[in-house]
Design a protein. Structure first.
Length: 556
């Protein structure tokens, strides 16, 4: 027998994972991704046929093929103080030899005042086609003291690498004036000068304080807001069942939601810190990876809670088929969440997911061809649940075995037999075979042959028949309209009466009790009428009263 659990008990039985475990787990994943993702990004794509393109353009060794490559390459070269390489990203002239100062000042301006994500800079060789600029022009926008300033890029011919993007000469002419007029960032104006001047690992203490505050303050504020909202919601809910459900949902989801919102606020605050563009880019990838994992955990738990609640509702309404479909939908949803998380992490790492998806598609076709039986079982299980033929908890006969359905997976149905063994039947085979489901019936049949001994008079037979008919009509647990007792044959050794009646119950244990009491009352009627049942003979091994019940299933 399966008990119906409340939402709170169903969720509680699976164990609770508090904020500490979720937060520690996500940041552990972030730490691993810091080292794992760059390695994944270096995985070579599947090799194409060895036919070189007809006109392949030479790749620029400095990454100036795209506007984003030029901006990040210049930033990286300046921060490692490689000003010879940094000069290669500038459209300089002979009259402007101070490339070191220009590249340093330009990088300072970009680090301080470029507030958009680096992904806003085009990563296409031809630039962004919808920005309203000529095809050989591109720009990024800085916000200095509330004013918009454009940093222009121009696409020029390079003798060694064909077409490359460089910081335009017009922009370089404005850099000295912009650098002199640029004040401190909002964070530097808000912090004490001592923190601004002191550094740790090359980063000012003011930025370290801002970085910590952008994580700690949202955590504290969101925690207080969630507690207040939960207090108000709990006061407004008076039903005990709904209150338990609210408590379980709040306990399961609150810290994941708080961490996810905190990461979003932290990312939005990153441009204010004035960190280098390259550091912002690498650090944002780590934070995004943590956010993706946190969102996946949140969706995982949300689907679990939704399916648990829907399953309890279906169980209360007696919709066993809906419960099984929900179980299958939960498993499919979790598999999709895992796949989506993997592809998002690969995208953040810089892996070409288009190629990966194409490879998955080809691999899926190959797997489908080699695993036709598994696909057949999967579709068979879906069709079986959609037809409502079986559900978890049903007592049925499958492959001539009687048992209770314990689970319906993506490939098989698991049946707990009378012998308490676990029988696994592939869904593909099950969908093509006969299944007898006892859980769908509303009544159970009693059909027996009563054999009376010869010597009984006609009046005694009429008395027995009338009293049994009265008994069937007076019992409220017997269906009166279809019940009958008839004299059917004068057999070789006995007078045969046929008993046919439906017991109005779907519970097999109750049926056994009613049938037992009914047969005992019939035996009393036969004995009080002056006749008796026919004796058994060695040559004819049949019982005097053959209770040939048409249903067989485990007791309980």
């Amino acid at each position: 027998m399966h008990e119906v659990k409340s939402d709170h008990d169903a969720v509680g039985d699976r164990g609770r994972s508090g904020w500490a475990r979720s937060f520690t787990w996500t940041w552990t994943v972030a730490f691993l991704l810091k080292f794992a993702l760059p390695a994944v990004a270096q995985i070579p794509e599947a090799q194409a046929p060895q036919t070189p393109p007809a006109a392949a353009e030479p790749a620029d060794p400095f990454g100036r093929d795209t506007p984003r490559g030029t901006i990040t390459g210049l930033n990286l070269a300046v921060h490692r103080e490689d000003f010879v390489s940094a000069a290669r990203y500038l459209q300089t002239t002979a009259r402007r030899p101070n490339t070191e100062e220009l590249s340093r000042d330009l990088t300072y301006l970009i680090d301080r005042y470029f507030s958009e994500p680096i992904t806003f800079v085009s990563d296409l060789p031809g630039g962004r086609p919808d920005d309203g600029l000529p095809l050989d022009r591109e720009r990024i926008e800085l916000t200095i003291d509330g004013k918009a300033v454009d940093i222009g890029l121009v696409r020029v011919k390079d003798p060694q690498a064909d077409l490359v993007w460089l910081i335009s000469a017009e922009t370089l002419a404005q850099v000295p004036a912009l650098r002199r007029s640029a004040g401190g960032t909002w964070l530097e104006r808000m912090m004490p000068q001592a923190l601004v001047d002191s550094t740790l690992f090359g980063i000012s203490l003011a930025r370290w304080v801002g970085w910590v505050a952008s994580i700690v303050l949202p955590l504290i504020v969101l925690r207080l807001v969630s507690a207040v909202c939960f207090f108000i919601a709990q006061r407004s809910v008076t039903d005990p069942t709904r209150r338990r459900r609210l408590n379980s949902w709040y306990t399961e989801l609150r810290w994941l939601v708080i961490v996810l919102l905190t990461l979003g606020i932290h990312l939005a605050f990153m441009p204010v810190l004035g960190l280098s563009l390259r550091l912002r880019f690498d650090y944002s990838r780590i934070v995004l990876a943590v956010a993706v994992v946190t969102a996946a955990l949140l969706l995982w738990r949300l689907f679990k809670l939704l399916m648990t609640h829907a399953t309890v509702v279906a169980q209360r309404r007696g919709q066993a088929g809906v419960r099984s479909l929900l179980l299958l939908a939960e498993r499919v949803s979790k598999a999709l969440i895992v796949l989506a998380t993997i592809f998002l992490l690969l995208t953040i790492a810089g892996v070409n997911t288009t190629t990966a998806l194409a490879g998955v598609g080809l691999g899926g076709v190959a797997i489908a061809l080699g695993a036709q039986k598994s696909v057949e079982n999967l579709l068979g299980g879906v069709f079986l649940l959609a037809d409502g033929a079986l559900a978890v908890g049903d007592t049925c006969t499958i492959s001539n075995r009687v048992g209770v359905v314990e689970d319906i997976t993506l490939r098989s149905v698991r049946l707990r037999t009378i012998e308490q063994t676990l029988l696994s039947v592939p869904a593909g085979i099950l969908s093509q075979s006969n299944v007898e489901n006892f859980a769908t019936r509303g009544k159970i049949l009693v059909q027996s042959t009563l054999r009376l001994q010869y010597g009984a008079t006609a009046d005694q037979l009429r008395l027995v028949l009338n009293r049994i008919r009265t008994l069937l009509a007076d019992r409220p647990d017997i269906e009166t309209a279809t019940s009958r007792i008839r004299l059917v044959d004068f057999g070789e050794r006995a007078i045969e009466l046929e008993l046919f009646a439906y017991v109005l119950t779907r519970d097999y244990v109750t049926f056994l009790s009613v049938r037992e009491e009914l047969l005992l009352q019939i035996a009393t009627i036969v004995e009080s009428s002056g006749t008796n049942f026919a004796p058994m003979h060695a040559s004819h091994q049949e019982p005097a009263a053959d209770s040939n019940v048409k249903v067989h299933e485990p007791v309980g």
